[in-house]
Ligand binder design. Sequence first.
Ligand SMILES: *Cc1c(COP(=O)(O)O)cnc(C)c1O
Length: 383
Amino acid sequence: MSDFAPPLKVPFNRPTLGERELAYVTEAVRSGHLSGDGLFTRRCHEHLERLTGCHKALLTTSCTHALEMCALLLRLEPGDEVIVPSFTFVSTANAFAVHGARLVFADIRPDTLNIDESLLPSLLTPRTRAIVVVHYAGVACEMDAVMNLARDRGIVVIEDNAHGLFGGYRGQPLGSFGALATQSFHETKNISCGEGGALLINDPAFSERAEILREKGTNRSRFFRGQVDKYTWVDLGSSYLPSEILAAVLWGQLEQAEQIQARRRRIWQRYDSELADWATAHGFRRPVVPEHCNQAWHMYYLLAPSLEVRTNFIAWLRRQGILAVFHYQPLHASPMGLTLGGRDATCPVTCDVADRLVRLPLYHAMTDAEQDTVLSAVRAFAV
Ligand SMILES: *Cc1c(COP(=O)(O)O)cnc(C)c1O
């Protein structure tokens, strides 16, 4: 096998912003309001509230920051535990560790690759404060089981919904189950402004403090609403609000969400139907999407029969000018994870899936010709 890598014909992701986003950026700049919480931010908030039915949406500078706000809202005390899946992006865990949580890593289900709700009872202790779920690839976790368990014990459920905007579980939008949920608008996500995120608040008890945390620990939001006559330092906090320029980009994207989602859906379904026979014949597994989950069309992945086959598959596609990539490595076994509770965790499904999963290119600007290139190359792969 040679290491020769020809120029890319099909990237893994191609972020595209169009004339609409540029026009809104121009409008934001001309308006003279460049800092946060202006007209475009308000539009995004209202839109996210309508879309998910959450009590209040707040744009943030990233999903990571929205998760950090969740950690601060929990008022964690030393020894408090937060359950997170091991198979996720580092921020799902890091945001809580950085604010003092003891992490408890949970394994995932072999079908949806979501946190395995059947393991949760064995991970609970009197110190468990929160369970963070990730709707992997935009396919819902088993929220009935998670919510019932948490409700009985007064545990806060937080949805890291970075993949799941527009998805649902038994007809209810993802992001509306947990007391808190977080979104990402990073360039790799379905809807993007480059770097950005949102905190969705479903339990109104968190609303006022969330606004304060986001405004550097001040009650500035109440001041602007005329509820107090001067604003002052009232709590901990940081600067978590994005500028109007980014909100303008995001608004342009949200307005086009229907077309973006329709295109992603089409690409996803075409991969799935066109590769069905090939996958069966070659020992690759396609994504599992249960009936009661309407997915968010975030990602198309395959599970290779082994690490060796995956390595060869990725190298083969790269030689055809296609970038396919693997995904999360087990957090509990990472150098940092091992120092933060990872040593006590056993997550065999996470370890297995991390070695075998490969993601195919999927972006809304992907052309049929580009997808044809990927499909032909996959079918030509000799296991
Ligand atoms: C992308 C992602 C994040 C981080 O999002 P940022 O906006 O880049 O901070 C967190 N969790 C999951 C599951 C993600 O996919």
